[in-house]
Design a protein around this ligand. Structure first.
Ligand SMILES: [Zn+2]
Length: 47
């Protein structure tokens, strides 16, 4: 099951559209990992 989030009202939905707009994935796992690496690289730069 894929949970999506409405970018207009912020509600979670299983539909591809909400409030007339396309919903985005509510599971941005890839983005979290990217953030982790970004923070690490930033630390490494100053360290
Ligand atoms: Zn909505």
């Amino acid at each position: 099951m894929k949970l999506a989030k409405c970018v207009v009202c912020g509600a979670f939905s299983m539909r591809e559209e909400h409030c007339g707009k396309r919903t985005v994935s509510a599971h941005p796992a890839k983005f979290s990992i990217a953030d982790k690496y970004a923070a690490y690289r930033r630390k490494a730069k100053f360290g």
